[in-house]
Design a protein around this ligand. Structure first.
Ligand code: ATP
Length: 457
């Protein structure tokens, strides 16, 4: 079987849905935007928070051998000297002599400008770190850099974490935070931007066990993506060739996702060896070793690093979840987001805008909001409101109708099948908890009934 080369969903559809429904807006839009910078709107911010929370739960909360950190973005510039970023964190830049556009030489096919076919300059290394100045004087002594990754914050705090947590190898440090790279070319929506968020683990292991742990993390990270709904056929592992390896890496794999523009890196998993700890020990003059109780000797641990861009993960989840289905004469757009990621877990809809339906629906909504992000919508026909929730990925719609006033029951509609059940209001919270954790939709609480069967479950 040959591998598909593009995802069936076009990027314009994702960009347009994101804009229309308030997931992602161009940054400073009223001023014409700023190249490759994006703002997360009311729904986007929830989706992004959920992605980060799912990651933190998997790598920190549910483990016990990884602890969190939140290091500052600005660091002593010596950090970047030691880490090799000042010297080597660069991409080869070429410029078109005709239209002056700039390109990454290693991403070009052929030796002409892809935009106008013009002659290109020779390539020179362009450092991707953003520079700024600390303090009121803009001179060399005040130069600081915006971090291009969060990893270094974890290496320079290695001894602090070790001393305060008394962790034994293998153990890890995890961090989520903003990173900045002055990329030569950006694009494909939030896939590559100059300001982005990254989630990284530095997992410290005994030298000699690093290959085993690399395999472990490859599997672990693939499973994380799939556990949150990404289809296996949209993921692949790709090992970096020797010439492609970053200056710190002994081995590196990409988890690629089949984005609309083709297979591209979603997450990188690298064996960084002891490169970083050795470098920081050398440049700082501090001891960054670990005392191995068994061998009774000081060792410098090796590091396995899974690094995932939050924005790239958001894009992959959106692309993978986007579905269009025929719906009578129209098309139903459904975001089949995993419930853990969906911005709203449920939305409450009064069937009509008349009292006392409105008040009853609002009361149910406030009740549920103590547990989850829950939407409320009373505008337009119920059919349109369902479609709106489908489009933003809300797993369940809860409808309060006239009959609810008499029987104290509400209907729950499942996004993916459009099936409906009717359950007592007193059972709603518990039922929703169970459905959100994956219980079969037709398992009913006491007093519940199947209400509408659109599709076989
Ligand atoms: P690329 O080859 O795409 O430039 P990279 O190999 O330099 O990426 P890493 O340094 O491995 O990327 O960064 C780890 C992760 O951070 C990437 O897998 C990606 O998810 C994310 N990432 C890196 N650069 C960007 C960017 N400019 N915009 C958004 N996310 C990014």
């Amino acid at each position: 079987m040959t591998e598909p080369t593009t995802n069936r969903v076009e990027m314009e559809k994702i960009v347009s849905l994101s804009r229309r429904r308030g997931f992602i807006f161009p940054s400073s839009e009223i001023y014409g935007g700023l190249s490759s910078c994006w703002d997360y709107g009311p729904l986007g911010v929830e989706l992004k928070r959920n992605v980060k929370q799912a990651w933190w739960q998997a790598v920190v909360q549910q483990r016990g051998d990884i602890v969190g950190l939140d290091a500052s973005i600005l660091m002593n510039p010596k950090v970047w000297e030691a880490s090799g970023h000042l010297e080597g964190f660069s991409d080869p830049l070429v410029e078109c002599l005709n239209c002056q556009r700039r390109w990454r030489d290693d991403q070009l096919e052929g030796d002409k400008c892809p935009s106008c076919g013009g002659q290109l300059t020779g390539s020179r290394q362009f450092n991707l770190m953003f520079k700024t100045f600390m303090g009121p004087v803009e001179d060399e002594a005040g130069v600081v850099y915006l971090r291009p990754e969060t990893a270094q914050g974890m290496f320079v705090n290695f001894q602090n974490v070790l001393d305060t947590t008394r962790k034994k190898l293998p153990f890890g440090i995890a961090q989520i935070g903003k990173a900045f790279r002055n990329e030569i070319t950006t694009g494909n929506f939030i896939f590559r931007s100059r300001e982005f968020e990254i989630m990284e683990v530095e997992f410290f292991v005994k030298p000699g066990t690093d290959e085993k742990w690399l395999d472990y993390w490859l599997e672990e990270r693939l499973n994380w993506h799939m556990g949150l709904g990404i289809k296996r056929e949209n993921l692949r592992l790709r090992e970096h060739g020797k010439e492609e390896l970053a200056h710190y890496a002994r081995r590196c794999f990409d988890i690629d996702f089949l984005f609309p523009m083709g297979w591209s890196e979603l997450e990188g998993i690298a064996n960084r060896g002891d490169f970083d700890l050795i470098q920081h020990a050398k440049y700082s003059g501090k001891d960054l070793t670990y005392f191995d109780e068994e061998a009774k000797e000081h060792i410098t641990p090796y590091v396995i690093e899974p690094a995932l861009g939050v924005d790239r993960a958001v894009l992959a989840f959106l692309c993978d979840a986007y579905h269009e289905e025929p719906d009578k004469d129209e098309t139903r757009v459904v975001l089949r987001l995993h419930p853990d990621l969906a911005p709203f877990k449920a939305t409450v809809l009064p069937l009509s805008r008349r009292e006392p339906l409105l008040k009853a629906a609002k009361d149910i909504c406030s009740d549920l909001r103590r547990c989850w992000m829950v939407g409320y919508d009373d505008a337009q026909s119920i059919g349109r409101r369902y479609r709106r929730q489908d489009e933003i990925g809300t797993p369940f719609c809860i409808t309060f109708d006239f009959q609810s006033l008499d029987d104290n029951q509400i209907t729950i509609r499942e996004r993916d099948s459009m099936n409906q059940i009717r359950v007592p209001i007193a059972e709603l919270q518990q039922t929703l908890t169970a459905k959100l954790s994956g219980e079969d939709f037709f398992v009913l609480p006491e007093g519940g009934q199947v209400w509408k069967m659109e599709k076989e479950a």
